[in-house]
Design a protein around this ligand. Structure first.
Ligand code: ATP
Ligand code: MG
Length: 576
């Protein structure tokens, strides 16, 4: 492709709304074009890279036995009502009506559609196992679309669904997909970690997220350097503090603690360690019609953080059905007092107690009375929980739940997630197969997603410098950039043209910068676009010499035209 003819609009200025490198660089290189918040189109360079990522995904999915299909983005509401997710999915689900008032949604994911295919098309155990996938546009009306392709409202996802006879079959399908994902992200040049994950709105039992390590990522992961424990912080189990069985319960006492609304203030005032206190977090929950249906008070040790994912899982409600309560309103109904809420004396609300609190003795808690706390509060004697379970965050430095070594945290970008769905959808939607004895069984399912557009953003996050993108060869929009210093110089133009044609014949994807621009501008653009190999045709052309440079290296080498061509072809074939 000749740059003089290519539809390319690079920007010198950093667009104001872009905060992270991938977003800034995709806009500056003109790879993507914004149409609305979280809605982007792809221009030639962006589309080429996207197709390369898709091709890697496709090759590995096919190699793992997947069969590609393509379902519609528009999905009838009935299927979502059958699975129960018309309600459970919440406001992210992009609901639409047709002219007759019938409900549809723009698919955020396709479990219902693929389960529907399975119940129609699979009747016998002989058809199993089966794996169907698609690479398709998804819609999620995200609360905060941001960071360009990282969290958009329209995006491209590869979603695959496996169908098996039993759990052992699912385990095998899951392992095969897991292995395929490792190959895909490795080929994309990503530094990633598979970690255990929560199953969220998709459901099922086990799940792993594939996280590309990056400071700008929105996923926080906890991992242990001593053993192999690695999980999203949402999911990570947190070991309870040892229970204080031989500590004697002291008499509970009310103390005056004026103005001490926070844990820090009350611990300071009473000269206690924060881990000798407990704190309350207050919520209101909503039913499927969106009406308030009750209050929840969650209690964790004063120095801990509440894990919202664990709390909604414990309550068995979707994330969108709970929010922080208006304390005054809640106070009238339950007796809680903002800043001074404790479990003793609280009424008409669901009390969720973190699993370590029953083992801890003589804690300080709010007294449900302005400016007062209770000391020596003990589980069983003074209060009880409707639910007692782990609802705390595994913080950095906490003991690893597997081996006890201090845990570390890191940030990353969730580029893919795999789930063992089991029979959640096949039972709800009656997708059964018949075994050898003509007996019916629900099909055992798994589902496997890759954010294709998000992966593109993640690759840039890990492969850039202050001058621009540094594409790994496997996903570069073009492999080679030929920079002609003076296109009006006949020798330079001819040599460049010869290199261009030879490389093209060798199936190298090559750009030639034949624009009438200053060399400085051309070098800047070449760095910005991140084409992996640059061949510069300049003064040396008369002697058959060119300058060869990898975008990722600082140094450049003079060599003959033939050497340059051979080196480029060899490098590309070894890294593609
Ligand atoms: P997140 O937690 O980031 O919202 P998710 O867990 O809801 O993502 P999944 O349902 O697991 O997402 O979807 C599969 C993949 O699709 C994700 O791993 C991610 O790479 C991608 N993805 C999800 N939401 C978006 C989005 N809004 N924009 C771009 N990619 C997305
Ligand atoms: Mg996910």
């Amino acid at each position: 492709m000749r740059l003089s003819k290519m539809h390319l609009k690079t920007l010198r200025e950093v667009p104001a709304e872009a905060e992270i490198p991938s977003h800034i660089l995709m806009l500056r290189t003109g790879m993507i074009r914004k149409l609305a918040s979280g809605v982007y189109g792809f221009m030639p360079l962006g589309w080429r890279t996207l197709r390369k990522i898709e091709e890697i995904v496709r090759e590995e999915m096919d190699a793992a036995g997947g069969q590609e299909i393509h379902m519609s983005a528009i999905q009838p509401a009935e299927l979502w009502q059958e699975s129960g997710r018309w309600y459970a999915y919440g406001p992210e689900l992009w609901r639409i009506k047709d002219r007759h008032g019938r409900d549809f949604c723009l698919g955020p994911t396709h479990e219902e559609i693929f389960t529907d295919i399975a119940r129609n098309d699979i009747s016998s155990y002989r058809q199993l196992p089966m794996n169907l996938y698609q690479i398709q546009t998804k819609y999620r009306d995200e609360a905060r679309p941001r960071f360009g392709l990282m969290r958009s409202r329209e995006f491209i996802m590869k979603d695959a669904y496996s169908f098996d006879r039993d759990q052992a079959g699912l385990d095998k399908s899951y392992d095969e997909m897991y292995a395929a994902y490792e190959k895909i992200f490795t080929r994309c040049g990503l530094d990633f970690r598979p970690v255990e994950a929560d199953t969220g709105a998709i459901g099922g039992s086990n799940s792993h997220e594939f996280t590309a390590l990056s400071e700008v990522g929105e996923s926080e992961i906890a991992y242990c350097e001593k053993c192999s424990m690695a999980a999203t912080v949402e999911r990570a189990e947190c070991a309870d503090a040892p229970s204080q069985d031989d500590v004697e319960m002291l008499p509970m006492e009310e103390v005056h603690t004026p103005g001490t609304k926070t844990i820090e203030e009350v611990a300071d005032f009473l000269k206690l360690d924060k881990n000798q206190t407990m704190k309350a977090l207050l919520f209101v929950t909503y039913d499927s019609e969106g009406n308030e249906d009750g209050y929840v008070a969650a209690f964790v040790r004063g120095d801990r953080e509440l894990n919202m994912t664990k709390l909604v899982n414990a309550l068995g409600i979707p994330e969108h059905a709970i929010e922080f309560a208006d304390e005054e309103k809640m106070g009238e109904a339950t007796g809680c007092v903002g800043g001074f809420t404790g479990p003793v004396g609280l009424h008409d609300c669901k009390i969720v107690v973190d699993s370590e609190l029953p083992g801890l003795k003589n804690l300080c808690a709010g007294a449900c009375k302005e400016d007062h706390h209770l000391i020596n509060v003990n589980y069983g004697r003074d209060y009880e929980g409707d639910i007692v379970t782990d609802i705390k965050v595994l913080a950095e430095g906490d003991p690893c739940p597997v081996c006890g070594a201090p845990v570390k945290h890191a940030r990353g970008i969730e580029v893919g997630q795999v789930f063992k769905l089991g029979t959640k959808y096949s039972e709800a939607m009656k997708a059964y197969y018949k075994d050898e004895n003509m007996k019916d069984h629900p099909i055992v399912m798994g589902c496997y997603g890759i954010g294709v557009t998000r992966t593109m953003a993640a690759i840039i996050e890990q492969h850039h410098d202050e001058n621009g993108i540094i594409w790994p060869i496997a996903v570069a929009p073009y492999h080679v950039m030929i920079t002609v210093m003076k296109p009006e110089d006949r020798v330079q133009a001819e040599i460049a043209e010869e290199i261009y044609q030879t490389l093209r014949k060798a199936s190298v994807e090559v750009l030639i910068d034949d624009r009438k621009e200053r060399p400085g501008v051309k070098f800047k653009d070449a760095d910005l676009l991140g084409i992996p190999i640059r061949i510069t045709v300049g003064r040396g052309a008369a002697d058959g010499m060119i300058e060869y440079k990898m975008r990722r290296d600082a140094d450049k080498t003079e060599m003959t035209v033939e050497e340059g061509i051979r080196k480029a072809i060899d490098t590309i074939s070894s890294e593609k």
